[in-house]
Design a protein around this ligand. Structure first.
Ligand SMILES: Nc1ncnc2c1ncn2[C@@H]1O[C@H](COP(=O)(O)OP(=O)(O)O)[C@@H](O)[C@H]1O
Ligand SMILES: [Mg+2]
Length: 315
């Protein structure tokens, strides 16, 4: 009898059938899928069979929550998602209470960047006013609502949700009680709108505190991404999966939770320089083809202002 002991399917360096994950999923590994996908799709990474794991922004609850320990990969996920949205012609609003999370993105076309709490408040109420404007267009549109001409997709990247909500709370204490449309209400209004408005919240935090993000908003996050989760974070965000798997420890590895399904995911890693290059070259290509969306028309701005006045009146 002869046995092959030091050369078999489980030898060191050979991927076992249970774990086909790449150690690192870089841009070159993902580019085919990235740019062959439909506009509403954002690739997150790959699963254990090397199949793409994606977020469908055209789904019913098109908002994403990313919960991960410090250094586990939140900013890397934010960069890869923002880049895909920008390359496909969307706009990204960064709300960055930490100030320096996404320096690579500042000054890129399609990017709006708010750091000071009053600018973050302005950003939230003006996006909410744009949402109301879009809802009116959708209401009046005779065809399929998903084709309503609402404008480019808008994705909000909210870093450090817990700190942001706390700072917003403090800021709102300085506002008059009535007649001001509050940024926290704007946040809720953005969370509650339908997918046809093409406005999405992607919130990031080390853990998500139910006191800061009310349960009813948490349920609007159709996708929850978790890296290096604790049992209590898992039970709060992924309670409907029914069990808490151990947290993978490999860099960039975690779970994508959709409804009651949890998929172990190796998240995409694109360097910040490459993100910026991709956004710039996509913009240049669209410019050469005359496809650059015009800045908001005066009419559109007037409509937004009217919606904001309306929101203030009802506050
Ligand atoms: N998807 C990934 N693949 C490989 N390495 C990663 C990945 N995401 C993060 N890392 C590593 O972890 C470091 C910290 O990631 P970062 O996104 O800045 O963490 P966070 O924002 O959660 O504090 C990165 O600089 C990188 O070295
Ligand atoms: Mg970070």
């Amino acid at each position: 009898m002869e046995f092959k002991i030091d050369d078999g399917p489980f030898s060191a360096g050979t991927a076992s059938a249970l774990d086909e994950f790449p150690e690192l999923l870089g841009y070159e590994d993902a580019r085919n899928h990235l740019w062959n996908s439909v506009e509403s799709e954002v690739m997150l990474g790959v699963d254990s069979l090397n199949q793409p794991v994606t977020v469908d922004l055209a789904s019913d609850t098109p908002h994403v929550m990313v919960s991960a320990a410090s250094g586990a990969g939140k900013s890397v996920i934010a960069a890869s998602m923002a880049t895909q949205v920008l390359v496909k012609g969307g706009e990204v609003v960064f709300l960055d209470v930490k100030r320096i999370s996404h320096r690579w993105a500042k000054n890129l076309p399609g990017v709006h960047y708010a750091v000071e709490i009053h600018d973050i408040a302005n950003a939230l109420v003006s996006v909410a006013a744009e949402v109301k404007r879009r809802m009116r267009i959708i209401d009046d549109y005779p065809g399929d609502i998903k084709d309503a001409p609402v404008g480019p997709r808008i994705v909000i990247i909210a870093e450090e949700l817990n700190s942001m909500m706390e700072e917003l709370g403090e800021f709102e204490k300085t506002l008059p009680r009535r007649g001001v449309y509050k940024p926290s209400r704007a946040f809720g209004d953005i969370m509650n709108l339908g997918r046809a408005a093409k406005v999405h919240m992607i919130g990031f935090g080390q853990y998500v505190d139910a006191k800061v993000i009310p349960k009813r908003w948490q349920e609007s996050f159709g996708y929850k991404l978790m890296l290096r989760h604790s049992v209590s974070t898992w039970n709060m965000l992924a309670w409907n999966v029914g069990y808490c798997p151990p947290a993978p420890q490999q860099p960039g590895r975690g779970f994508t939770v959709m409804g009651d399904r949890a998929v172990q995911t190796q998240f995409l890693y694109i360097s910040e320089e490459q993100c910026a290059d991709l956004v710039r070259s996509a913009y240049d290509a669209r410019e050469r083809m005359g496809l650059i969306a015009k800045p908001p028309s005066r009419r559109q701005r007037r409509e937004q202002e009217r919606e904001l006045k309306e929101l203030e009146r009802s506050s």
